[in-house]
Design a protein around this ligand. Structure first.
Ligand SMILES: [Zn+2]
Length: 278
């Protein structure tokens, strides 16, 4: 067929997003000999600093955070067998409503066409057959996730290169068990509700019947766990680490997606992002 390897590209907002939502598929497809490319759009500078210092707190030093998160990202890519890591390196925009949203050069304030052109150049270089990004609300409303979605869809439209495009999602049927697990590990303080761009509270995930693609990557849960471990400086990952590998495999080992671009006509629901391509 082609004189180049089948290629999976995941476009993520921050260092660590590759682990939580796509760690399983990155590890699994890499093990199958598929070339895996991770594009991380921001420097993660609004994350937790060394020692758990939060942004805005004294001692939160931007350059140190960026450096720490870069090192963690590289370690995570090693664990997951990511073939190529590409950094767009925009300044992290922070959560919706933070002043960093509009800081000069922030990912959120960058025109979609500008960032999409840079991503389109990576599409040209790697010719990804399958591209993964977030849905239009960035799963939980983070501006950088929304922007990653926008530039990916624009780059796909501009180049016509990906044969399949997917959005990550979570089946609503899992939410109850997820909350149970949080209780089991003694995590009682659930974060404030996720708020979208228009200030509306977001309902996470999708009804099961709207999910097109269920990829069983439970055999790679150990690698997914280790990639999350590589990002241990970020407090939200500590939650996953407290679950342990078995619970992580149970609740997040089957990774779920919605297929939004397709040139293969592979029957739905499908269990393989490369269905119809090999
Ligand atoms: Zn993120």
């Amino acid at each position: 067929m082609a004189d180049r390897p089948l290629t999976l590209m995941a476009v993520h907002a921050h260092p660590d997003d590759e682990a939580s939502s796509t760690g399983g598929v990155l590890a699994m497809y890499s093990a199958q000999g598929i070339r895996t490319v991770l594009v991380t759009c921001t420097d993660g500078g609004c994350g937790d600093g060394p020692g758990g210092v939060k942004p805005g707190e004294p001692g939160h030093e931007h350059d140190a955070v960026v450096e720490l998160r870069r090192t963690e990202l590289e370690a995570s890519c090693q664990v997951l067998g990511v073939s190529h890591l590409e950094l767009l390196d925009y300044p992290d925009s922070g959560m919706m409503g933070w002043p960093t949203n509009d800081a000069p050069g922030s990912f959120w304030s960058t025109p979609v066409d500008d960032a999409a052109a840079r991503l389109a150049a990576l599409f040209e270089r790697y010719q990804p057959d399958v591209v993964i990004t977030y849905d239009e609300v960035g799963f939980y409303g983070h501006p950088d996730h929304i922007q990653a979605h926008r530039i990916t869809m624009r780059a796909a439209e501009l180049t016509g290169i990906p044969k399949k495009v997917y959005w990550t999602t979570m089946p609503r049927s899992r939410i109850g068990r997820f909350e149970e697990i949080l209780e089991e590990i003694g995590f009682t303080e659930w974060e404030e509700p996720d708020i979208g761009e228009d200030g509306e509270e977001l309902e996470l995930g999708l009804p099961d019947e709207q999910i097109t693609t269920w990829v069983d990557a439970r055999d790679f849960a150990e690698q997914k766990f280790k990639s999350l471990e590589a990002h241990a400086s970020q407090s939200e990952n500590i939650l996953f680490l407290q679950m342990g590998v078995e619970r992580l495999a149970e609740i997040m080992g089957v990774e779920t997606f919605v297929r939004v671009v397709d040139t293969t006509d592979a029957a739905l629901p499908e269990a393989d992002l490369f269905a119809g391509l090999r």
